[in-house]
Design a binder for this molecule. Structure first.
Ligand SMILES: Nc1ncnc2c1ncn2[C@@H]1O[C@H](COP(=O)(O)OP(=O)(O)OP(=O)(O)O)[C@@H](O)[C@H]1O
Length: 251
């Protein structure tokens, strides 16, 4: 089944055309990576999928219903997890459940379980400033997962953590995804990250943001950085990035 159907999406900010006639499908259970240079409209696309902003033209449907606002089954993870500093990690992660009116005992149980899933078991009572950047990012992921979303939208979630932490977080995300098979749409401008994670990479061109190319990453899983099969895909994507703008052909 198709999770998202995106048709003819256009978004302008004054003179800037952030997205120009973007169409794509996201399939159920798929790990889709949206790759593109700065200003190619990746974040704008993700926010429209999340129902956080509207397109000027075109349509987004999720499971065949128009997306007209945020929904609990669509979880979002941003580069900055934006945890409330005055709330404990547990109360940050459980915030969506509070809004959903889930009783406190149930909430605590679900939060503790989700913290364990992301590698933060027993950290409920700590405060965000007591966590490392990588741990805060894990807490942001737990906050999205705790509502049991059927799709996760991730906007450069590892863009602000150091390289070694990033490699670890990527590996953990891959393990999590292979267990849950939640549909993921993941935005990055890191080619290595894109081919490591993706079933399919959609490459956007910059200003205006258009779908330039698509790559199916048919490398076997489990995967790890440095796998030979992935390096071949990386070379293919880098070659596409070297093509002058406007000469991209769709595969
Ligand atoms: N709220 C806004 N007001 C004005 N212009 C905006 C706004 N949001 C995005 N833009 C412009 O739209 C274009 C696409 O921005 P967007 O943030 O979606 O790109 P991106 O590919 O995610 O970039 P980056 O990789 O740098 O985060 C850019 O030129 C940006 O300046």
């Amino acid at each position: 089944m198709t999770a998202f159907q995106v048709r003819g999406l256009t978004r302008r900010f004054r003179d800037t055309v952030a997205l120009d006639d973007v169409s794509l499908d996201v399939h159920d259970g798929e790990f889709l990576v949206v790759l593109g240079p700065s200003g190619s409209g990746k974040s704008t696309l993700l926010e429209i999928l999340a129902g956080l902003q509207r397109a000027d033209a075109g349509e987004v449907r999720y499971r065949d219903r128009p997306v007209d606002g945020p929904r609990p089954e669509i979880g979002v993870v941003f580069q900055d997890p934006a945890l409330y500093p005055w709330r404990t990690v547990g109360r940050n992660v459980g915030i969506g459940l509070e809004l959903d009116g889930v009783p406190a005992a149930d909430r605590r149980r679900r939060v503790a379980a989700q913290l364990a899933v992301v590698g933060l078991a027993g950290q409920d009572e700590r405060y965000p400033h007591q966590l490392s950047g990588g741990m805060r990012q894990r807490a942001g992921l737990a906050r999205a997962l705790v509502r049991d979303p059927s799709v996760l939208l991730m906007d450069e979630p590892y863009g602000a953590v150091d390289h070694i932490t990033r490699v670890r977080l990527q590996q953990d995300l891959l393990e999590l995804w292979s267990r849950r098979r939640t549909t993921v749409v993941f935005v990055t401008h890191d080619v290595g990250e894109a081919v490591l994670l993706a079933d399919r990479v959609v490459l956007l061109s910059a200003r205006p943001g258009r779908v330039a190319r698509e790559f199916s990453i048919d490398a076997p899983r489990p995967r790890a950085r440095g796998d030979k099969a992935l390096l071949a895909y990386e070379s293919e994507v880098y070659a596409a990035l070297r093509e002058p703008a406007g000469t991209h052909s769709r595969q």
